[in-house]
Design a protein. Structure first.
Length: 120
């Protein structure tokens, strides 16, 4: 089954995402912000990154940019999972390399649908 990196500064959100995805058989790694996610990305390979946008130390947008500079993350799907809903933010994220956008709050079905859509 696919490995997923869930990045969010909220422990509750990380635990929610991990619980939903592991319940469906996915292996989930977690990171508390973009800087922590980069440490994980340099050591591990994942099939999908789910990242919040607004985080301390390194935002989700900066994370997308840095992940895309790593050879093994050039084509890895990255979904932004955030309360932000403006078209401007979505367009900005896509211009930096984000694959998709999932707005909080979300249902387990919407999260799983987004994951399955990008993983095929």
């Amino acid at each position: 089954m696919a490995r997923i990196l869930a990045v969010d500064d909220s422990m509750a959100m990380r635990n929610l995402v991990k619980g939903i995805l592991t319940g469906e058989g996915y292996e989930v790694l977690t990171a508390v912000d973009g800087a922590d996610a980069m440490k994980v990305a340099r050591k591990e390979s994942v099939d999908l990154v789910l990242s919040d946008v607004n985080m301390p130390n390194m935002s989700g947008i900066s994370l997308v940019t840095r992940l895309r500079s790593l050879d093994n993350y050039k084509f890895t799907p990255i979904i932004m999972v955030t309360t932000e809903g403006s078209d401007f933010k979505k367009d900005k994220a896509r211009s930096f390399g984000a694959t998709g956008w999932l707005q909080k709050p979300f249902t387990p079905e919407r999260l799983l649908g987004a994951v399955k859509k990008v993983l095929g």
